[in-house]
Design a protein around this ligand. Structure first.
Ligand SMILES: Cc1cc2nc3c(=O)[nH]c(=O)nc-3n(C[C@H](O)[C@H](O)[C@H](O)COP(=O)(O)O)c2cc1C
Length: 178
């Protein structure tokens, strides 16, 4: 099984990338690839760019990575209750690839973390409702609030309750591929 992991962030110190990288260690018996949105830069979607230059190669390359995977591990930040612009832009461009649903009918373990107490609850609600229409089968959803207190580099999730919840969800995701 091929695992594709990425955060919906372009921060070079992204806490969501830290969470998704931690999540990927639970799938280390598989081939795991971790992508960084900074390696897939593209202009903000604009009709004229699409008409004149077509869909950016980076959007096509990212879509190809999704197509080559069996399971997507995604952790997204929440910006003003919604997706960060960089991630929404990537999704918008990928959706313009002919005949494509953004997530290519792949299974997904959907996560979010933030330093706040809600742990990206709003963006998770939006993603959970919307992603099935975008070709993602969301197997499980996990939120990690108060990242700074709940997560430690090298150790991962240190909040015992959250760690147990996370491990249960990983187990459920794995049953889909047993
Ligand atoms: C423009 C902007 C809006 C934000 N809005 C929210 C929000 O609605 N909810 C939230 O929990 N955090 C919000 N934050 C804080 C982000 O969750 C925080 O920056 C987080 O570290 C981003 O994740 P990352 O490190 O993976 O990029 C916002 C940050 C920015 C810059």
């Amino acid at each position: 099984m091929k695992i594709l992991a990425f955060a919906g962030s372009n921060s070079t110190v992204s806490i969501n990338k830290k969470l998704v990288t931690f999540a990927s260690t639970f799938f280390s018996e598989n081939e795991v690839e971790i992508l960084d949105l900074n390696d897939y830069e593209m202009p903000i979607y604009k009709r004229e760019i699409e008409l004149e230059a077509g869909i950016p190669q980076s959007a096509k390359d990212f879509a190809a990575k999704i197509d080559a995977s069996d399971l997507i591990l995604l952790s997204t930040p929440e910006n003003n209750g919604n997706f960060p612009a960089v991630f929404k832009n990537l999704m918008d461009w990928m959706s313009r690839i002919k005949g494509r649903k953004i997530f290519g009918e792949k299974s997904m373990f959907l996560m979010a973390t933030s330093d706040g107490a809600r742990g990206g609850a709003s963006v998770l609600e939006i993603a959970q409702k919307r992603f099935p229409f975008d070709g993602a089968q969301v197997l499980e959803v996990f939120s990690l609030p108060k990242f700074r207190e709940s997560f430690e580099e090298g150790k991962g999730i240190i909040d015992e309750e959250k760690k147990a919840e996370f491990e249960e969800k990983v187990a459920v995701v794995k049953t889909h591929f047993a």
